[in-house]
Design a protein. Sequence first.
Length: 224
Amino acid sequence: MTVEEYQIAQLYSVAEASKQETGGGEGIVVVHNEPFDVAANKWPPKTPLLGNRGTGQYTYKIYKLQNKVPKFIRMLAPSGSLEMTETAWNAYPYCRTVVENPGYMKDNFFIKIESMHVQDAGTQENVHQLPPNLLQKREVVYIDIANDKLYSNSDYKREFDPKLFKSSKTGRGPLTNRPWWENFDGPVMCAYKLVTCEFKWFGLQGRIESFIHTVSCELLLCAA
């Protein structure tokens, strides 16, 4: 699909995912959903967005997770530990989302996801313009939306399977003959995701950051 078509699909998928994960709205509070303007100092990010983008849509959400965990965890969990915040700047085709736990972990934890949507087949080496020191540490994970195995069978929906689906409106699909992106007779785009995480807790840092890495791949595959 085109980058412009994906923008519409993204809005739909985000709304559907939020509805499924929060029980139709339970546990999620949308505090802000309005335009941002860096030049006017209206909801600017802490650090500049890619390409110094200055306008777009800003959202700030609070996720209350108390009802998503067993009762004994709620009883044992420290105050503020079961409440996450999500701050996002959507300057499509670039987006930045930051997840934090200010009530408990404060500055010791964050997950930052930066997305750049480009009309190509994933051939760019450094679309996020990382400096040499970070580029050396970066790990690249390719996600094939048609052939990669889902982590849970409950995530599979036959009617949405790219290997089986054919659009009645555009005639595109199904995605077969791996690597399908090299043989596909139609527009191909790639969502380049840069995931950065930090978890400062002595004895747990490495394991938690590894877990976040695995879960991020799972969530991005499902979202795709």
